[in-house]
Design a protein around this ligand. Structure first.
Ligand code: GLC
Length: 585
């Protein structure tokens, strides 16, 4: 191949050699893995109560396998108070009855493994439900009680914190997740102990008020604040052991790993992040020793720290990744951006921030693990939102997601272009903004979309199939569907490992003229070119090449994308809203 030294091209960003080292026991399957995430309440209902369950998921494993993905991540399935979609856990060791039993999980794992699929659960180490036995005992047994130091209690809080509590109530919004750090213990509704006094008048919360923070300690405790314990105090130490026990329990059931919720939230007052990195390194060492090959996925949004800290992969999160926001979040979702996202038809977006951010994070973390990009998740709008509502738009984004380095995650239903339904009620703490991405999976064109035998109005959340078009059944039989295109992309990624998680990535198009976006995946000898045009206008790009002996072979295209040798190089022409993957010959 003879493409000219690409370093001559202005605005180019090169990111280097393959992420290879990872952690001692990162399993090989991660190198080409594509994950599929399942919100268990919404995937498949086997018992007709309108809510999904584990036997339901088992019954749909052949479909999951047919996508070509390698692994599943499921949101929490444990016994929960259901004020935050399962993230308010009452008992980490038991499956919530709505989903089935612990043996159903074992069966799920066995059935998945039989099909070559891995299963990762969600670990929520930062908080429990305020209805958990741990918390009830902690709140009522006094400072000497077995669980008192599992949580962070205070008898007095600052005037600002008191004002926040008042405001939260005055607003008639007791579940507000943004107002105030401390919660009156009485709010948990636990009967007062005989002593007439809770262990502390207030507890620190981690997310919603119903989610008391677990106490992993303070990096630099302030001796004047009695609740600030050092990282090696008995409570924080016992909790680390407890988290290992929880992981061990599920590893012993055959589970392959965990996505770790709010992974950075455990250590407080930890500006340089050493405390939290140490904590996860400790967990990692334990996994390497006791459960080699199990996987840890961070919800941290900071691969530079999360990966050296012990995780195999970390998500780039929208809220702290301005670059990921720049390409995916337009004015509808994030007023802060104030512009259209790159992946919008208007063609007025940019990708420069993303390239800078991703390259920077990649350089700093590639020796330890992988960055994870995603189509959406249970917190984040689906692809089919913000005016991205045609199959070619979704296919263009999927082309990007499935040809980037790192470990990509597909949110259930995005592969059939499910719509992010607007205006839905808040269900179990979803708030309207998250309801739209948690609606039931759409299998067929019946009134409940094949999700459940319950009446349509009994479903966990309403469905929207657009006259049956946004269903597995219809798209299965359409060779041009988003579903079949997504399958083709996943297959391509597996057939050409340079397109997968560890090949080099380099933007070669001019960032000041962002449509199209052209990047290269390579290892020096094998090279692939990906061209993306999310905008409605046709565009072209000339790859500076010596025309004599190099050419492009089209591997997969969304739209009539062509390439032709010219004197200047190889001209790639992309119609409006299209994408293509080429191999350089
Ligand atoms: C994470 C979860 C989110 C949950 C929160 C509190 O961000 O993804 O759904 O509400 O943590 O656990």
């Amino acid at each position: 191949m003879n493409i000219k030294k690409l370093s001559l091209i202005a605005g180019m960003a090169l990111i280097g050699a393959s992420a290879g080292m990872a952690h001692k026991t990162t399993p090989d399957w991660i190198k080409t893995a594509v994950f599929y995430d399942i919100y268990p309440s919404s995937f498949m209902d086997s018992d007709g109560n309108g809510i999904g369950d584990i036997p339901g998921i088992i019954s749909r494993l052949d479909y999951v396998k047919s996508l070509g993905v390698d692994a599943i991540w499921m949101n929490p399935i444990y016994k929960s108070g259901w004020f935050d979609g399962g993230y308010d856990i009452i008992d980490y060791y038991s499956v919530d009855p709505r989903f089935g039993t612990n043996s159903d999980v074992r069966r799920l794992v066995d059935e998945a493994h039989k099909r070559g699929l891995k299963v990762c659960l969600d670990l929520v180490p930062g908080h429990t439900s305020n209805q958990s036995e741990w918390f009830k005992r902690a709140a009522t047994e006094g400072p000497e009680g077995r669980y008192a130091d599992y949580y962070i209690f205070a008898d007095e809080i600052s005037p600002k914190d008191s004002a926040d509590i008042k405001k939260r109530h005055q607003l008639g919004d007791p579940d507000n997740s943004k107002l105030g750090l401390w919660v009156p213990t009485a709010e948990a509704g636990i009967p007062l102990p005989e002593s007439g006094k809770y262990t502390g008048n207030f507890y620190l919360r981690n997310y919603y008020p119903c989610q008391p923070a677990l106490n992993f300690g303070y990096a630099k405790p302030d001796s004047k604040k009695s609740w600030q314990q050092p990282l090696d105090a008995p409570g924080p130490k016992a909790l680390r052991r407890e988290m290992k026990n929880i992981m061990a329990y599920w590893f012993d059931q055959g589970v392959d790993g965990f996505r770790v919720d709010m992974a950075a939230s455990l250590v407080r007052g930890d500006k340089d992040k050493k405390g939290i990195m140490n904590l996860w390194e400790d967990m990692r060492d334990w996994i390497d020793r006791e459960y080699p090959g199990k996987v840890l996925i961070a919800e941290w949004g900071d691969p530079e720290h999360a990966l050296p800290g012990g995780f195999d992969m970390d998500f780039l999160l929208i809220h702290n990744s301005p670059g990921f926001k720049q390409i995916t979040r337009g004015t509808e979702r994030s007023k802060a951006v104030g512009k259209d996202a790159y992946f919008e038809k208007t063609g007025t977006g940019a990708y420069d921030k993303f390239v800078k951010e991703f390259s920077d994070q990649y350089q700093k973390s590639k020796d330890y693990g992988y960055i994870s990009l995603f189509s959406a998740n249970h917190d984040i709008n689906r692809l089919n939102s913000e005016g991205r509502d045609t199959p070619d738009q979704i296919k263009t984004f999927m082309t990007f997601l499935l040809t980037m380095p790192g470990v990509p995650f597909i949110h259930y239903g995005d592969e059939i272009m499910m719509r992010n339904v607007k205006g839905l009620p808040s269900v179990e703490g979803s708030r309207e903004e998250r309801s739209g991405t948690r609606t039931p999976m759409q299998w067929d064109n019946t009134p409940t979309a094949g999700f459940s035998t319950a009446a349509p109005e009994k479903l966990y959340l309403p469905i929207y199939t657009d006259g049956g078009k946004l269903t597995v059944e219809v798209q299965e039989n359409d060779p041009n569907s988003v579903l079949n295109f997504t399958r083709a992309l996943i297959k391509l990624r597996h057939d050409h490992p340079m397109l997968a998680n560890a090949g080099n990535w380099e933007t070669i198009s001019d960032q000041s003229k962002p449509y199209p976006w052209v990047y290269e995946r390579s290892n020096g000898t094998e090279r692939y070119i990906v061209a993306l045009n999310p905008g409605a206008k046709a565009v072209s790009y000339t790859l500076p090449a010596e025309a004599s002996d190099s050419d492009l072979e089209l591997l997969l295209a969304n739209g009539k994308v062509t390439s032709k040798k010219t004197k200047k190089g190889i001209e790639i022409k992309l119609p409006g809203v299209s994408s293509a993957v080429f191999k350089v010959k």
